[in-house]
Design a protein around this ligand. Structure first.
Ligand SMILES: Cc1cc2nc3c(=O)[nH]c(=O)nc-3n(C[C@H](O)[C@H](O)[C@H](O)COP(=O)(O)OP(=O)(O)OC[C@H]3O[C@@H](n4cnc5c(N)ncnc54)[C@H](O)[C@@H]3O)c2cc1C
Ligand code: SF4
Length: 810
């Protein structure tokens, strides 16, 4: 007969232990689970995204009722165990039901700590712990306006963010002057504070709540300094306490938590405990990563293998608030025996602090730029001697020795045993092996096989990078599954494929053939469809100006005061006195208030009234200028340095090559803006390694770089290949642009596109396959035949009436 195992607590740690046990000894026990909550097993971490409206409850279920049935587990949900009779080995629940056990597993989690202040029992004062709390918050947000979150820790901020997204005015009350003081130091907290204030949250720092006031329902909060604030809802997120009530009442040894040894066994050898309810070597827990390690150890002992020990290890934390990049691990504060390496760029909102002790990294806080978090964490866990890399390590893994030619994909540089998913302890090697061995293609498949990215989701980007670099061109997951917009269920990729397959040559035909849900589409799909039509049928499709964004419609950049900016094309950044004189005269003629040199080596004429645009364009055309397309999803600038013509270091004529590249590519529409640069030597004065296509001239030829961008998230290029001649450089440039034009989704820059499809895909299409490269380049040149028409000249001549105001409103 099988032994009986009873689990009390149907949460994350307890059920994970069962999952691990089923892998090791599926037939050893008859299993019964008691859960106080009336659900299957769900991902508590994901309650924050549910509150923020990013996920539904169904989406965060880890094991639904069917899973229990499939594994012959008796689930008694909605039943709270109130008594453990250790002598007779039987547990009793609040509805009187009982269950005998041979082994008992306690995983009762924590109870949120509620401040013992007057009014904390009023209606509308809640914690943030379970589905019921989230339901209450969502319901309250429908009818009430003012929410106060007490506690500026991880949980409090996630609650505040979610409530704000649900439309409430949210104030966060925090006792310290540092937000998330368990994970952040003051400078990082200050940056975060500024960013969260910018999002619309209000903060009352260094405020201590004295009382919650209201008759039946909460109405106000009063602070120690006597000030008050209105509140319709109060969420307390001030900490958790291990839930030891039941264990303690059964005479099991407890301190702050249920005391367990390294095998997760309690004082009673038949009873084990895992999760937030336990205390192990004086430590209690509040994140899932250590709990899942405990689950592994405990299942090993329940399976009577007896070879695992739990030794707590360093954990890392990330905040699940969209748009806030934050990583914290280990001893991030340090003490008299540690040293700090600190980098702060307040303008870019980037802060990094590394704490070092005896030449080892022992703690890290990263804010704003967290790409190297996994690498730092690995150094920390491995106890690596960092003396050799100390000088450059703050700038990240890429800055160690190689600047540009190495893998720019941060995950590529990690060793196989680097931990990618902190929650589930999954290493890079496990993921790569699972992808190759089981033929996995999508994030969901990786989640299902390895559990990586299945918990808090903050490693999703890294897992996607691994999918991309392992699968190369075969990886095409996330965007392909996402509908283009609400007007269709089809993804960008499906729509593009249908345009070719069904030979759809105009937007109305496309909408009818693909059963568009709206009559005319929307602001999101129309520009994309217009672009897909143009790129698919360059000789046949008639551009639809109404499907373009305002800047492209008026061929100038609209500025914040409603005026426009006009940027003439300056080939390769080279001009002459005659052109400069013309620009000066035209600027005076139209009273241009600001003349500015741009970062792309152009002259920007700012502050032009819409009705003056055609006249100015006509004058600029007469002086020999064409539009610089500074407004378009198209080729923008080709930046150059002075190269061999003037510079002592120049190896080739970078200026001349830049001009050739610009003359070849101007006027071409692309999924997003596209920038090129040519530098005359590896000193790289034209910054070619942060451009969509960069050429770095070297003695023996031309190094070609792709996928760089200097936008919100700076990305250095990937090294594509090296060629010997200018002609080849131009051919690769045309082929690369065409591949991007044909394959990227509209509004996807080259950087995310390459990260999505993988560099291997680009290399095999453009470098390895010569025939394909030549075909791509040919198609590029073919479409350029119709594209190199100066829109300014055209509009100044044909459409100038479009720019006359219908009525002047004073
Ligand atoms: C909103 C939110 C966001 C979070 N975000 C993160 C994050 O980003 N990263 C991270 O690592 N961690 C995060 N956490 C913490 C993480 O969810 C917990 O560490 C983890 O859920 C604890 O697992 P557990 O099994 O110990 O407890 P729980 O998951 O709480 O499970 C305990 C279960 O036991 C049940 N129970 C208790 N007593 C009894 C009884 N007597 N009879 C029957 N059932 C009982 C409870 O109802 C509960 O369902 C977050 C937590 C919350 C609430
Ligand atoms: S990149 Fe080289 S060639 Fe060009 S200006 Fe700089 S140093 Fe001179």
């Amino acid at each position: 007969m099988r032994e009986k195992l009873v689990l009390i607590g149907n949460g994350m740690a307890g059920v994970r232990t069962l999952e691990e046990l089923l892998k090791l000894a599926p037939d050893k026990y008859d299993i019964t689970v008691f859960g106080e909550e009336p659900y299957g097993n769900y991902n508590r971490i994901m309650l924050s995204p549910v509150l923020a409206g990013e996920k539904t409850i169904d989406e965060i279920m880890i094991n639904d009722l069917q899973w229990y049935e499939d594994n012959n587990i008796k689930l008694l949900s909605g039943k709270k165990v109130t008594r453990i009779d250790r002598l007779n080995r039987v547990v009793t629940a609040d509805d009187g039901s009982t269950e005998n056990y041979d082994r008992l597993l306690l995983a009762t989690g924590s109870r949120p700590f509620m401040l013992p202040i007057p009014g904390s029992d009023l209606k509308g004062v809640i914690s943030f712990r379970d589905i019921a709390d989230v339901d209450t918050m969502l319901e309250t947000a429908k009818i009430h306006k003012k929410a106060v979150v007490i506690g500026g820790g991880l949980l409090g901020l996630e609650a505040a963010n979610g409530l704000m997204i649900q439309g409430m005015d949210v104030s966060v009350v925090h006792i310290s002057d540092v937000l998330m003081n368990q994970q952040l130091d003051k400078p990082a907290s200050d940056l975060m504070l500024e960013e969260l204030r910018g999002k619309g949250l209000t903060f009352l720092m260094e405020h201590q709540t004295e009382a919650i006031i209201g008759r039946d329902r909460v109405e106000k909060l009063r602070f120690k300094d006597g000030s008050e604030i209105d509140a319709d809802l109060v969420v307390m997120a001030v900490g958790i306490r291990p839930n030891i009530e039941l264990a303690s009442s059964a005479g099991i040894h407890c301190d702050r938590g249920i005391v367990v040894d390294d095998t997760m066994q309690t004082f009673d050898p038949r009873i084990y405990a895992v999760g937030e309810c336990v205390q192990h070597r004086s430590q209690t827990f509040g994140l899932v990563a250590p709990l899942f390690e405990q689950a592994k150890v405990c299942s090993n002992h329940l399976a009577q293998m007896g070879i695992a020990r739990y030794i707590s290890s360093v954990t890392s934390t990330k905040l699940k608030v969209t748009g806030i990049d934050l990583f914290s691990a280990g001893d991030f504060l340090g003490d008299d025996d540690t040293e700090d390496l600190v980098f702060k760029d307040a303008a870019r909102k980037v802060y990094k602090k590394l704490v070092i002790k005896d030449n080892q990294l022992v703690g890290a806080v990263l804010y704003g730029d967290t790409v190297d978090g996994a690498w730092y964490f690995q150094l920390m866990r491995d106890g690596t001697d960092i003396s050799d890399i100390r000088e450059n390590m703050l700038f990240g893994q890429h800055h160690l020795g190689d600047s540009g030619h190495g893998p720019s994909n941060s995950v590529d540089g990690l060793p196989d045993d680097a931990e990618i998913c902190g929650c589930n302890g999954v290493c890079k090697g496990d993921i790569v092996q699972a992808i190759s061995k089981h033929g996995l293609f999508t994030l969901d498949e990786v989640k299902a096989h390895t559990k990586a990215s299945a918990s808090c989701g903050s490693c999703t980007g890294l897992v996607e990078q691994l999918l991309a670099s392992t699968l190369g061109s075969d990886f095409n997951d996330t965007p392909s599954k996402k509908p283009m917009c609400g007007c269709t269920d089809l993804s960008h990729a499906e729509v593009k494929a249908a345009i070719i397959e069904k030979s759809l040559k105009n937007i109305p035909d496309l909408m009818s053939a693909l059963e568009w849900k709206t009559e005319d589409g929307c602001h999101s799909c129309r520009p994309a469809l217009n672009y897909y039509m143009l790129s698919s049928w360059p000789n046949e499709y008639q551009d639809d100006p109404q499907s373009r964004f305002i800047n492209e419609r008026v061929h100038a950049n609209i500025q914040k005061d409603g005026t426009y900016s006009v940027v003439p094309r300056i080939w390769g950044g080279v001009t002459n006195p005659r052109e400069l004189r013309a620009i000066a005269d035209i600027s005076e003629k139209y009273n241009v208030p600001t003349v500015k040199i741009t970062g792309g080596q152009r002259i920007d004429l700012l502050g032009i009234k819409k009705e003056d645009l055609p006249k100015m364009w006509a004058d600029l055309s007469d002086a020999g200028f064409v539009s610089g397309h500074a407004y378009g999803k198209s080729l923008r600038t080709v930046k150059t340095c002075v190269g061999s013509e003037w510079c002592r270091f120049g190896t080739q004529d970078s200026t001349g090559l830049g001009i050739k590249a610009e003359k070849m590519t101007w006027g071409s529409w692309t999924p997003h803006k596209f920038k090129i640069a040519v530098s005359g030597c590896p000193r790289n004065c034209a910054e070619a390694t942060i451009k969509d296509f960069g050429i770095v001239c070297v003695d023996s030829g031309y190094e070609l770089h792709v996928g760089g961008n200097g936008g919100i998230k700076v990305r250095a290029t990937d090294f594509l290949t090296k060629v010997a001649t200018e002609e080849e450089a131009l051919e690769y440039c045309a082929a690369f642009m065409q591949l991007y034009r044909e394959e990227a989704h509209y509004l996807e820059r080259t950087a995310p596109w390459i990260e999505r499809v993988g560099l291997k895909h680009v290399t095999s299409a453009v470098v390895d396959d010569e025939v394909n490269r030549k075909r791509l380049a040919e198609r590029f040149h073919e479409s350029q035949k119709n594209a190199q028409v100066d829109p300014w000249a055209e509009h100044a001549a044909k459409y100038k009436d479009n720019y006359i105001p219908i009525k002047q409103v004073v």
